[in-house]
Ligand binder design. Structure first.
Ligand code: FAD
Ligand code: DHB
Length: 392
């Protein structure tokens, strides 16, 4: 039987970052991941990092490549009614965001875990948690046909929305909150220069569109689509035509098209589970909450959970006190609910929910208000760059 202090399930950004920070602070851990390392390193997801996330990655000693390759964005644009309006993040908040893909963050974390000789177990299937209520939990898994066990003090459930950890908790011990949106995002990645230097979020009668990027030569674009859409119905030419129709003319003209290197559809949901600590299990990142991608909070929120949890665990092993680990759920949830609120609000403002023109007129009025009211646009900017971390 293997033995460690913290067994971490999932080698996504939450699990890898937690593993790295714990090891740097002398807390022993083992990471169990269902997929191969190559699969984990090639998943294409988020792209915008808050400064708090950048700081945490630097603190975790995985910031060097990010700091040299990221694109620092001091603002973004809102497109609506044929015009575009720049939200000046730097002027309104003093803060900026960094464009650096989750794929790159994951590669940096994986590389750092290898250098630090971290114990990572890939292709671990049939992960099962036992004894979470007692002092000595165990995690069972199968690898290469052999079943093995890890004895630990705590389990960190960093295994995403579909993972096993949340499902291992009796339903009566958790309360779930959920909102499913009646649409998804169809996204493509293409090696073409971005349409604009900054991101453009566009509200249009045909539906939402977003111009994002991964670098000065790689663009990421999204259009709102129906939940029953099939990728086969979206050849690149149809995607580019639909995208351009939904953007302000000045932006549409600058879109450079090219073959897609990835294309996928993601449904949108808001989901939170409470509490985040059950016995000796902590739920972290997407295992605990999902936000719709509008506003790019998912990955940042995962990093914010890790920040609270690694502090709490380090403090516990340093002093023996359980004060911080007992407060993990309450502390993380305060930030989570604010991000859930912001992502829901920004999604509601920018997407087409129905053919009812009343709803669209209300959205246009609110967007117009944002362009006139410093208070309103500052609230948007503050949430977009990431709210300050609370001390207690
Ligand atoms: P995950 O990244 O989901 O990692 C969980 C890990 O656990 C995975 O490696 C998985 O293989 C592993 N795992 C699962 N089950 C088991 C098991 N039983 N045993 C062992 N291992 C297991 N956020 C944004 O901010 N902006 C975006 O543009 C954006 N786009 C997204 C697009 C898609 C398609 C998706 C799904 C998410 C997107 N997100 C986005 C959200 C963001 O990617 C997530 O918030 C982030 O990945 C959360 O990290 P995590 O480590 O908590 O979970
Ligand atoms: C991206 C995704 C988002 O949800 C967002 O708000 C900004 C950027 C992206 O994938 O690049």
């Amino acid at each position: 039987m293997l033995r460690t202090q913290v067994a971490i399930v999932g080698a996504g950004p939450s699990g890898l970052l937690l593993s790295q920070l714990l090891q740097l602070h002398g807390v022993d851990n083992i990471v169990l991941e269902r997929q191969t390392s190559d699969y984990v390193a090639s998943r294409i997801r988020a792209g915008v990092l808050e400064s708090g996330t950048v700081d945490l990655l630097v603190k975790a000693d995985v910031g060097a490549r990010m700091l040299s390759e990221r694109l620092v964005h001091e603002g973004f644009a809102l497109g609506f009614a044929g015009r575009d309006f720049r939200v000046d993040l730097k002027r309104l908040t003093g803060d900026v965001v960094s464009v650096y893909g989750q794929t790159e963050v994951t590669k940096d974390l994986l590389a750092a875990r290898v250098v630090a000789k971290g114990h990572l177990i890939f292709e671990a299937t049939q992960v099962a948690l036992e004894g979470l209520d007692g002092a000595h939990p165990t995690v069972r898994y199968t690898q290469g046909g052999k079943t093995r066990e890890i004895a630990c003090d705590f389990v960190a459930g960093c295994d995403g929305y579909h993972g096993v950890c949340r499902q291992s908790v009796p339903a009566a011990a958790l309360q779930t909150f959920e909102r499913i949106y009646p649409f998804g995002w169809l996204g493509i990645l293409a090696d073409v220069p971005p349409a604009a230097h900054e991101l453009v979020y566009s509200n249009h009668e045909r539906g939402f569109a977003l111009c994002s990027m991964r670098s000065t030569t790689r663009s990421r674009y999204y259009v709102q689509c129906g939940l029953d859409e099939k990728l086969e119905a979206w050849p690149d030419s149809r995607f580019w035509d639909e995208l351009r129709m939904r953007l302000p003319a000045a932006v549409a003209e600058t879109v450079v098209t090219g073959p897609s290197i990835e294309k996928s559809i993601a449904p949108l949901r808001s989901f939170v589970v409470e509490p985040l600590k059950v016995g000796r299990l902590f739920l972290v990142g997407d295992a605990a909450h999902i936000v719709p991608p509008t506003g790019a909070k998912g990955l940042n929120l995962a990093a914010a959970d890790v920040r609270v949890l690694y502090h709490a665990l380090v403090e516990h092993y340093r002093t023996g006190s359980t004060e911080f680990i007992d407060r993990y759920s309450e502390r993380a949830l305060r930030r989570i609910w604010k991000a859930v609120r912001f992502s829901w609000w920004f999604t509601s403002l920018m997407h087409k929910f129905s053919d009812d023109p009343f709803n669209h007129r209300l959205q246009l009025a609110e967007l117009d208000y944002l362009t006139k009211s410093k208070a309103a646009v500052t609230s948007l900017a503050e949430n977009y760059v990431g709210l300050p971390f609370e001390r207690s």
